[in-house]
Write a protein that binds this ligand. Structure first.
Ligand code: SF4
Length: 224
């Protein structure tokens, strides 16, 4: 398949999934509530790691109702923070990260860093959280946020080689096959698609809008 043909296939996949999301009223992602809000995007991205979207949404909305900037967040007690984010996975560790991140942000005048390198110096912030923060908070689109959904679905669709494990590597590969204008939207759409159709264990291939475009690489137990 030529590069042009592959990009046409990817665009068709994207368009069909967008249409299915609109028709099916698929749930929004937790991060979609914080577009253009770097501090909230950073905290939501950090809390969302290995956590169900609905728990991240509930935790972030409750947390930001108490404090919506680093200085005010530092005034909350540990017990308040832990009680508020208690349903996210690894809440005790994330509560510690949260306080540390807010302290560092206050020291730099409250501004969230603008680069992956600076962001990943913060505790609890890895490459994925950093890229997601830049994309959601600042509208930066140099990279594609790769999480478990983007990786799993990318492999099944034949966009990423099966042996790819590291998000930065998957990002490099995806950037060669996804049309540029789709980069900022890919992560959010794949999160929603992964929850609604292309689930980790039992993907619903029979009702999938891109069934005829998908080689289903590594899929062993599609739902009939
Ligand atoms: S056909 Fe199956 S494996 Fe392929 S994207 Fe759809 S649900 Fe996922």
């Amino acid at each position: 398949m030529t590069t042009n043909e592959e990009q046409a296939r990817v665009r068709e996949i994207y368009d069909r999934i967008v249409e299915a999301a609109e028709k099916g009223h698929w749930d929004q992602t937790a991060l979609s509530y914080y577009i253009g809000q770097p501090f909230k995007a950073l905290i939501a991205a950090m809390l969302s790691a290995q956590t169900r979207e609905e728990h991240t949404i509930a935790a972030t909305q409750a947390l930001f109702a108490l404090a919506d900037n680093p200085a005010d967040m530092l005034k909350l007690s540990d017990a308040q923070i832990l009680r508020t984010i208690g349903r996210v996975n690894y809440a005790p560790a994330k509560a510690t990260y949260l306080r540390d991140i807010c302290q560092k942000l206050v020291e730099r005048g409250g501004e969230v860093p603008h680069t992956v390198d600076e962001l990943t110096e913060l505790k609890g912030v890895g490459w994925k959280v950093a890229v997601l923060t830049l994309a959601i908070g600042y509208g930066r689109t140099e990279d594609i946020t790769v999480d478990v959904h983007v990786l799993r679905i990318g492999i099944r669709l034949g966009l990423i080689p099966v042996e790819t494990k590291k998000p930065p590597k998957a990002n490099d590969i995806l950037k060669t096959v996804l049309p540029r204008d789709l980069w900022p939207h890919w992560n959010g759409l794949m999160v929603r698609f992964g929850r609604a159709i292309c689930a980790p264990t039992y993907p619903k291939c029979k009702i999938c809008p891109v069934n005829d475009l998908c080689p289903k690489i590594g899929v062993e137990r599609p739902v009939k």
